[in-house]
Design a protein around this ligand. Structure first.
Ligand code: NAI
Ligand code: OAA
Length: 272
């Protein structure tokens, strides 16, 4: 049975841990870490099979786990990604925006080759990446329009320099238009999906992102349009936010659980 180490015990980490504990994911959660020890303790208290809480993130991969599951932050990926691979563990990343930093991408990609380990990026809060990957060489344009409630956008780095007052928004308002590269750095906890789309398609400088704050929505909606020699693809995903973290969609959690379930199972693999 595969052994799993978990980095980040928040909304996604908790649901992954519960899915392992219930047997939905046929693996064993042996070690966890969160920068907030209280959060890690709270998670462990919910589990029947108790993992060990380690004292720092680098210790996670020093134990004999098969995979480290990151559900923490872009900084956590930058901090521990390489050492996980050097310790010959696979890595699953949710804070995919970290990989739009070309030097991080190159270091982690080289390390995968060198240490014969794999990084898994679940499709997260969007659908359609199978199609985008297949038509990659024929893509001419890709865009994603993300609509969230203003509360779900709060705290983003973007607002450190913007004049926009999220509390004053009373109708759907476009607050950002730019490249995926810019979006991921200004909204690190909101638009990892744009990083997934960029990495599957034509890159972060050519993938266009629009972010709309809508005070009347109860969903996190992602609308993707892709066009090229192959034809056109449009996807709209209307996600319910997670009740513990409204920035994060329920689909992102379910996609992480499914990726890990597949990793832990010997089974028929469906899709590209
Ligand atoms: N790929 C995708 O489609 C999606 C990705 N995400 C990303 O996944 C990550 C986790 O999301 P949630 O669980 O909803 O967030 P959350 O905020 O509920 O939980 C994150 C947890 O990680 C901990 N943490 C933060 N930095 C850390 C570090 N350096 N080392 C150890 N622990 C650290 C926090 O204390 C917190 O308990 C976030 O970066 C989020 O932006 C979220 C939704 C969709
Ligand atoms: O969960 C979502 O809808 C998208 C999200 O937060 C992200 O991509 O970082």
């Amino acid at each position: 049975m595969k052994k799993i180490g978990l980095l980040g015990c928040g909304a996604i980490g908790t649901q992954i841990a519960l899915a392992i504990d219930s047997g939905k994911i046929p693996g064993m959660l042996t070690h966890v870490y969160d920068v907030s020890k209280e959060t890690a303790i709270e998670l462990v208290s919910k589990l029947n099979s108790k993992p060990e809480i380690v004292e720092n993130s680098h210790l996670l991969s020093s134990h004999s786990v098969n995979i480290i599951v990151e559900a923490a932050s872009q900084d956590a990926v930058k901090d521990v990604g390489l050492s996980v691979l050097q310790n010959k563990r696979d890595l699953m990343i949710m804070s995919v925006g970290a990989l739009l930093d070309e030097s991080i991408y190159a270091i982690l990609s080289d390390a995968c080759n060198h240490f014969k380990k794999t990084i898994y990026l679940p499709s997260g809060a969007i659908a359609g990446l199978d199609g985008i990957k297949s038509v990659k060489d024929e893509l001419e344009s890709v865009s994603i329009t993300t609509t969230k409630h203003p509360h779900s956008l709060k705290g983003a780095k973007f607002f450190e320099t913007s004049q926009i007052d999220l509390d004053a928004i009373c109708s759907p308002t476009t607050i950002f238009e730019g490249t995926a590269k810019q979006a991921v750095s200004l909204f690190p906890a909101n638009i990892n999906v744009a990083a997934l789309l960029s990495l599957s398609g034509i890159g972060s400088e050519k993938t266009i992102v629009k972010i709309i704050a809508d005070p009347d929505t109860d969903k996190n909606t992602h609308h993707i349009e892709a066009e090229g020699k192959f034809g056109k693809m449009n996807f709209t995903i209307e996600n319910f936010p997670d009740s513990n973290n409204p920035k994060t969609s329920r689909l992102a959690i379910l996609s992480a659980i499914e990726t890990l379930r597949k990793y832990c199972s010997d089974d028929i693999q469906i899709g590209t």
